[in-house]
Design a protein around this ligand. Structure first.
Ligand code: 5AD
Ligand code: SF4
Length: 444
């Protein structure tokens, strides 16, 4: 009998990628994916630790699942429950203590060992806690087969982070930087394209720190990797995320000039526009360094649109520091951005800083910053009205008879048209723009 696996994913694209690979790992064991947790034989919660109250949210989710697990057991069956991802990595023992009905707890570096973990639980050998950073990289042990990737696929090329920004848990949960080999990446990209992908977003916590072993035995950077990926027939679009300003090397910037496949849209988190705060965050660059990098990028690719991450209310942030963030936003101009109130992550240096900012001040600053970013995003989207842009169509939208696609700048576009547009890049004349999407019609 076919068994069912339900995987619920929180957090970043790395987790989305990891969840897809977990499905690949358990497929040979006879597990088919299901959207329903209640009747699954294996439920995996792939968690994210970056937002506040991640742990509490996990426990309430586990609490909701528990009666279903019990019901299944009462009916003579079994539901295995696993917690994966960064909360598992950071709080494995606590999860086992508070939710003893969880069968497996494992971090982002060990999910290739799922078959062994499942075998152990099935044998009745007790619950599994697997949050090591094993010496054997998981990528070498993952199966090749992948579930259908869709038009726009993710490909993980790099993991971990050695930067230790003082607010961030990633270096602790994802471990040290590690890059896959160029050959393994190219092989996976070719398989994705053969399975129908037309766009690949290359992923890594610190993706532009990529330093993978090339087929010639030398170390390749991300710019060189893109040159190789751009040779793959049928691969129309390349993107990458997330980058650190310090690793924005000249070869990568030149790739934006030389490779039409490399999309003119870049997510480049800056976090703050104040040099004092950037220093306290251990970002190791100044606000003007960031402006200079953006200038170089726009010289290489004049129509490049930017996205970023901002934190307001980092410990010690004064009104003047905050104003410097607003000024940087005005100077650079963003097509979109994410912004967050600083929140204390246990174990990180900033959490122990004594000059924490009052919640009300954070609220006020976040509102002002988001208003400015929203105005920029609106203006950017409105500037598309009347233009004809290439749109790569991902598939049908929820609206009957409409298709959904993306511009080169990552804007969502809704267009009336037939399902056979899926997978094609077509010229669309934009007729209307909102904050989060555009509408238009196929240009004739
Ligand atoms: N508080 C607020 N925002 C944070 N981020 C990471 N850690 C924290 C924190 N402790 C934000 C950063 C990062 C994004 C993924 O999440 O802006 O770039
Ligand atoms: Fe976290 Fe990114 Fe800083 Fe690494 S570079 S510590 S992932 S914010």
């Amino acid at each position: 009998m076919q068994k069912k696996v339900h995987i619920k994913t929180w957090g970043c694209q790395m987790n989305v990628y990891d969840s897809a690979r977990m499905a690949d790992v358990v497929a040979p064991l006879g597990f088919a994916p299901t959207d329903e947790a209640a009747d699954a034989d294996l439920v995996i919660f792939n968690t994210c630790h970056i937002r506040e109250k991640a742990t509490e949210k996990l426990f309430s989710e586990l609490g909701r699942l528990r009666p279903h697990q019990q019901a299944k057991q009462d009916a003579g069956g079994r539901m295995m429950v696993a917690v994966a991802g960064c909360v598992a990595q950071a709080e494995g023992a606590e999860i086992q203590r508070r939710a003893p009905f969880v069968d497996m707890v494992f971090g982002p570096q060990t999910y290739h060992q799922l078959p062994e973990m499942i075998a152990r639980v099935t044998r009745g050998a007790g619950a599994v806690l697997n949050t090591e950073f094993p010496p054997e990289p998981k990528f070498d042990a993952l199966p090749e087969d992948r579930t259908a990737p869709g038009i726009s696929a993710f490909l993980s090329v790099q993991e971990g982070c050695d930067k230790f920004c003082t607010f961030c848990v990633v270096p602790y949960t994802r471990g040290a930087e590690y890059s896959r080999s160029v050959q393994a990446i190219v092989d996976e990209a070719q398989r994705l394209v053969a399975a129908g992908a037309r766009e690949i977003t290359v992923l890594g916590q610190n993706v532009n720190a990529f330093h993978g072993e090339g087929p010639d035995g030398t170390v390749w950077g991300l710019g060189r990797l893109f040159h190789r990926l751009a040779e793959i027939d049928g691969l129309q679009r390349l993107r990458y995320t997330t980058s650190h300003p310090r690793d924005m090397g000249d070869d990568l910037i030149a790739a934006h000039r030389d490779l039409p496949q490399l999309m003119p849209f870049l997510h480049l988190p800056v976090q703050s526009g104040s040099d004092a705060i950037l220093e306290a965050m251990n970002r190791k660059h100044t606000a003007d360094d960031y402006r200079r990098i953006v200038d170089k990028l726009r010289t290489a690719r004049p129509n490049l649109a930017l996205s970023s991450d901002f934190i307001v209310g980092f410990p010690g942030e004064t009104d003047k520091d905050f104003e410097a963030s607003l000024q940087l936003i005005r100077d650079v101009g963003f097509a979109q951005a994410y912004s967050f109130k600083y929140s204390r992550r246990p174990g990180t240096p900033a959490a122990a800083m004594t000059n924490q900012i009052a919640e009300a001040v954070k609220d006020e600053r976040l509102q002002a910053l988001q208003q400015l970013l929203r105005d920029q995003q609106d203006a950017f989207n409105r500037s598309m009205i009347g233009q004809t842009l290439p749109v790569l169509f991902d598939g049908p939208s929820r609206r009957e008879g409409h298709m959904y696609g993306r511009t080169a700048f990552m804007q969502a576009v809704y267009v009336e048209g037939p399902a056979r547009m899926q997978g094609h890049e077509l010229p669309v004349t934009i007729t209307a723009a909102g904050t989060n999407s555009l509408t238009g019609h196929i240009a004739v």
